[in-house]
Design a protein around this ligand. Structure first.
Ligand SMILES: Cc1ncc(COP(=O)(O)O)c(C=O)c1O
Length: 346
């Protein structure tokens, strides 16, 4: 897709965009009935009319994804690794006994939504992007705790601003006594229940003026698992190793796996998926939170009990974090060569 002259929305100031709901022109909607997905359509209607007995409303039978479309300097539009989001949605659906769109149908729905809302894609150079929110929900008349008789797959989008208005600025986080997921629960699936469980700890962290809560492993509370809605990475004191937690209750972040690749193949670092002990933070010179929305958020410091541990600095990103950020964002906006298969043109 190349840049066309669709009228940009008059009421959007690209320079002040945040991460808030904005009603865009079209969303994709498909129904699963009698064992199959229908052809799916684009609709202007942003309100779903579903049965009061829908399992999504009562039993949390739903999952979602988050990915972005980026306007490049030459006017074309990039989707970043949408096949990975499709695969993760298929795993989430499998965990919650829901049918999932296949990879081709998932990417096609995303493409249609981006094309139909082209005027909402922030221009190249503003740092903004078009955030896509695919979701699957269980719907239809029901009351018992069982899988739904029907399902909806939908994709909507919103233009979002750069996470950092003034460059790459570190944020502070605090460990929570709550867990977002159980040891053998749904932590690795992108399902609403994990996020419902994170609302109270997130609010408590913000009340104490931290950016978000850090979740420790639910079994022993000694290892870092997630940083709010993002995965963690840390760089060892010698600057040579990229470390990120490994656990079955962490959401496998597509950004994190992309950074693992970039760290190893572009920055020449050793990479380790292993334990990051909350009492062992002295081993690391830098740390960051990574995800589609967070991109890379440098972690200034972590409050754990009475201890506040500062990494590189509370005001400036560390050197390895900056290199990872430049490489990742460069690939997403088409300024740096992408590894094979990472970019899908709309
Ligand atoms: C709990 C959680 N962890 C990690 C991530 C980062 O994942 P990704 O890089 O695929 O966006 C997200 C966001 O999707 C998330 O919600």
């Amino acid at each position: 897709m190349t840049q066309t002259h669709a009228t940009p929305p008059a009421d959007i100031d690209w320079s002040t965009l945040g991460f808030s709901y904005i009603r865009t022109d079209f969303r994709y909607l498909s129904h699963w009935r009698d064992g199959a997905w229908d052809a799916g359509t684009l609709t202007r209607d942003n309100v779903l009319h579903i049965s009061e007995g829908s399992t999504a409303l009562h039993y949390g039978q739903q999952c979602f994804e988050g990915l972005k479309a980026y306007r490049c300097a030459d006017g074309t539009v990039n989707l970043f690794r949408p096949d990975q989001n499709a695969a993760r949605m298929q795993r989430s659906c499998e965990r919650l006994l829901m049918p999932a769109p296949n990879t081709e149908a998932f990417i096609e729905a995303c493409r249609q939504v981006v094309k139909a809302n082209e005027r909402f894609i922030p221009p190249y150079g503003t740092g903004g992007s078009l955030y896509l929110r695919p979701f699957v929900i269980g719907v239809g008349d029901n009351i018992g705790v069982r899988s739904a008789p029907e399902f909806i797959f939908s994709v909507f989008c919103i233009p979002v601003g750069p996470y950092f208005k003034g460059g790459l600025s570190p944020m502070n986080f605090i460990t929570s006594l709550y867990d977002r997921a159980a040891p053998h629960g749904t932590g690795a699936a992108k399902v609403g229940g994990n996020y419902a469980a994170s609302l109270l700890p997130g609010q408590e962290a913000k009340e104490r003026h931290f950016a978000d809560a850090i979740y420790l492993d639910p079994e022993t509370h000694t290892k870092i698992e997630e940083v709010g809605s993002a995965n963690l990475f840390a760089i060892t004191q010698d600057g040579r190793t990229f470390v990120t937690p490994k656990s079955p209750s962490i959401l496998p972040s597509i950004t994190k796996y992309s950074l693992l690749h970039i760290a190893e193949h572009r920055l020449g670092l050793d990479v380790v998926e292993g334990d990051v002990f909350i009492d062992g933070l002295d081993a690391y010179a830098e740390a960051g939170a990574c995800g589609t929305a967070a991109v890379i958020t440098p972690i200034g410091g972590i409050q754990h009990g009475d201890t506040f541990h500062v990494f590189h600095s509370e005001t400036e990103a560390g050197p390895v974090t900056k290199r990872l950020y430049d490489e990742l964002v460069g690939i997403q906006f088409g300024d740096r060569e992408a590894p094979e298969g990472w970019i899908v043109k709309v």
